[in-house]
Design a protein around this ligand. Structure first.
Ligand code: KIV
Ligand code: ZN
Length: 515
C-alpha cells in the first residue's frame, strides 16, 4: 500500500489574495462544492479575521461542505484563533491553520519580535486552536529563508503543543528544488517528535519552481501539498494543484504516494475558477491549457493515431477534457435545464432564481442553436455578476461603428435605482461604451486589462470579456458574457465598477494585504 498524499487546496484563501481575484460568497461556495466533488482532502476556505465577509464565507462553506475538511487561516494571536474557531464551528471536520514568520528578516523587520517571543506565540496559538478542534496546522512563514536550527526548535515546540500538521512554506518562492527537498528531509530527520505530525509543503512560484519544489519535498517525505487551481495566488501564484496531482499520478513509478483525487474533475474546476476570477488559463498551461492535449504537428498526429502513447503521457479524458457536446437547445424544457445545471454544480436557492436563469437560457437558445456546458457556465456567471440588486446596471446599449470614423455609444443605465442615459465617443465601439459608462459613474479608475475570449467555437459563440480596473491601489476584475462582444464588454465594465464600489470587499483587501 502506498502512502496517501493529502491535497490541501488554498484557492479560496491564498489564491483569492491575488490582486483582482476576490470572489463573492456565492462564488466561493461554488468553488468549494467543486473541490469537494473532486475529493480534495482539505479546503482552506479563507482567513476569518481578515474581514466580516471572509468570516461569513468560511462559516457558509463550513456549513455546507461535509466530505472535505474545512480550514481557516489565523495569525498566531488570540483574536485570530478565536475568529477562525468561531467561523469553523458548523464544520463536519474543521482545521485551524496558524502561522508566524520565522526568518530573521521577517522576525526583525516585520514582527519586531525576538525568536523566543515568536516561539511563545506559536505555542500559545497552537494550544488555543486545540481548544476548538483536534486538527491544527502550524506554518513557520518564510521557512525557505529561516535558519534550520530555529525551524527545528519552533516546530518541535508546535508539535508538543498539539499541532498535527507542520507546513513548510516557501513564502517568497526563493528556494531551489534540491534545497527545498533537503530542508524537509533535514526537518524530518532532526526533529525528535516529527513522526507525530504530517509534514506539508506550501510553495510560491516566483521563480517558476513551486511545483518542482513541492514534488521535491514529497520525495523527501512530505505527505501534504498545499496548492491552488490553475496555480492562482499572490504574485506569480502558488503551486498548481493539477500539475502536482497529475505528476504524482503519472509517475507512480517514482512516487511512494498518491492522492485520492478524482482527476476527471480537474478541467471543470479549472474552468470554474477561471470564469469566476476572470484569470484566463494560458493555452500552453500543463493539464488544463487548451493546447495541453492538442497535437498540431503532422508527425505527432501520425504517431498518436498509430499508438497514442507515442506522444501522450496522460489521457485527456482522465483529467476531465470531454469533447464539447451539445447539451441543450431551444426546445429544452425547464426540467432538462435544471438537471443539467445540477450536473454542473449549480443549485437554485429559489423558484425566482431558477426562473430568472431559465429566461436567460431561453433568450440565449433563441439566438444560439447549440448550447454547450461552457455556455451554461458563462450564462450563470454572467447572471450572478450582473444582478438587478447591483448598484450599477446596464439596461440598453446602442453603438455605431463605421470604418475610418469615430464610434459612438448610447447607454441606458441604472445607478442606485435611478435611470441615467449617457453618450460616449471613442476609438471603436468598446472604447465609446466605456467612456459613456464612465461619464455617468466618474470612477476615475484606470483600465489595466481588457480581454475577450470566445467561450465555444463558431462565429455565433458567446464572447467572455474580462476588465481589470485600478483605483488608488485597489484592483478589481469584472466579467461579462454575451453573443455580442460589445455588450459583453459593457457588462464586464459595469461588473468591475460594482466591485470597486463594494466597501466590504475593499476592507477585506486592505486586511488581507496587511498579513
Ligand atoms: O506563503 C505563506 O507563507 C502563506 C502562509 C500563511 C502559510 O501563505
Ligand atoms: Zn502562501
Amino acid at each position: 500500500m502506498k502512502d496517501k498524499l493529502i491535497i490541501f487546496d488554498t484557492t479560496l484563501r491564498d489564491g483569492e489574495q491575488s490582486p483582482g481575484a476576490s470572489m463573492t460568497q456565492d462564488e466561493k461556495i461554488r468553488v468549494a462544492r467543486q473541490l469537494e466533488k473532486m475529493r480534495v482532502d482539505i479546503i482552506e476556505a479563507g482567513f476569518p479575521a481578515a474581514s466580516r465577509g471572509d468570516f461569513n464565507a468560511v462559516q457558509a462553506i463550513a456549513t455546507r461542505i461535509t466530505d472535505s475538511t474545512v480550514c481557516g487561516l489565523a495569525r498566531a494571536n488570540p483574536q485570530d484563533i478565536k475568529q477562525a474557531g468561531d467561523a469553523l464551528r458548523p464544520a463536519a471536520s474543521a482545521r485551524i491553520h496558524t502561522f508566524i514568520a520565522t526568518s530573521p528578516i521577517h522576525m526583525q523587520q516585520k514582527l519586531k519580535m525576538s525568536p523566543e517571543k515568536v516561539v511563545e506565540c506559536a505555542v500559545a496559538a497552537v494550544k488555543q486552536a486545540r481548544d476548538y478542534t483536534d486538527d491544527v496546522e502550524f506554518s513557520p512563514e518564510d521557512a525557505g529563508r529561516s535558519e534550520l536550527d530555529f525551524l527545528c526548535r519552533i516546530i518541535e515546540a508546535a508539535i508538543d503543543a498539539g499541532a498535527n500538521t507542520i507546513n513548510i512554506p516557501d513564502t517568497v518562492g526563493y528556494t531551489l528544488p534540491h534545497q527545498f527537498g533537503e530542508l524537509v528531509g533535514q526537518l524530518l530527520a532532526r526533529i525528535p517528535n516529527a513522526h507525530k505530525a504530517v509534514f506539508s509543503t506550501h510553495c510560491h512560484n516566483d521563480l517558476g519552481l513551486a511545483v518542482a519544489n513541492s514534488l521535491s519535498a514529497v520525495m523527501a517525505g512530505a505527505r501534504q501539498v498545499e496548492c491552488t487551481i490553475n496555480g492562482l495566488g499572490e504574485r506569480a501564484g502558488n503551486a498548481s494543484l493539477e500539475e502536482i496531482v497529475m505528476a504524482v499520478r503519472t509517475r507512480q513509478d517514482e512516487f511512494p504516494c498518491d492522492s485520492g483525487l478524482d482527476a476527471t474533475q480537474i478541467v471543470p474546476a479549472s474552468r470554474l475558477v477561471s470564469s469566476i476570477t476572470g484569470f484566463p488559463v494560458q493555452p500552453n498551461k500543463a493539464i488544463v491549457g487548451a493546447n495541453a492535449f492538442a497535437h498540431e504537428a503532422g508527425i505527432h498526429q501520425d504517431g498518436v493515431i498509430k499508438a497514442r502513447e507515442t506522444y501522450e503521457i496522460m489521457r485527456a479524458e482522465d483529467v476531465g477534457w470531454v469533447a464539447n457536446r451539445i447539451v441543450l437547445g431551444k426546445h429544452s424544457g425547464r426540467n432538462a435545464f435544471t438537471e443539467r445545471m445540477k450536473f454542473l454544480g449549480f443549485q437554485f436557492k429559489s423558484d425566482a432564481e431558477l426562473n430568472r436563469a431559465f429566461t436567460r437560457f431561453k433568450e440565449l437558445a433563441d439566438n444560439k442553436h447549440e448550447i454547450f456546458d461552457d455556455d451554461l457556465q458563462a450564462l450563470m456567471a454572467d447572471t450572478a455578476n450582473n444582478s438587478e440588486q447591483s448598484r450599477f446596471s446596464m439596461q440598453r446599449l446602442e453603438t455605431t461603428s463605421r470604418s475610418g470614423e469615430t464610434s459612438t455609444a448610447t447607454v441606458r443605465m441604472e445607478v442606485d435605482g435611478v435611470a441615467k442615459n449617457a453618450h460616449g465617443q471613442g476609438n471603436g465601439a468598446v472604447d465609446a461604451t466605456f467612456r459613456a459608462i464612465e461619464s455617468v459613474v466618474q470612477s476615475g479608475s484606470l483600465l489595466q486589462l481588457y480581454s475577450v475570449n470566445s467561450i465555444t467555437s463558431g462565429t455565433d459563440a458567446q464572447g467572455e470579456v474580462g476588465v481589470r480596473l485600478e483605483r488608488a491601489g485597489r484592483i478589481v476584475n469584472g466579467h461579462g458574457a454575451d453573443l455580442d462582444i460589445v455588450i459583453a464588454s459593457g457588462k464586464a465594465y459595469i461588473n468591475a465598477l460594482n466591485k470597486l464600489y463594494d466597501t466590504e470587499s475593499a476592507s477585506h483587501r486592505q486586511r488581507a494585504q496587511a498579513i
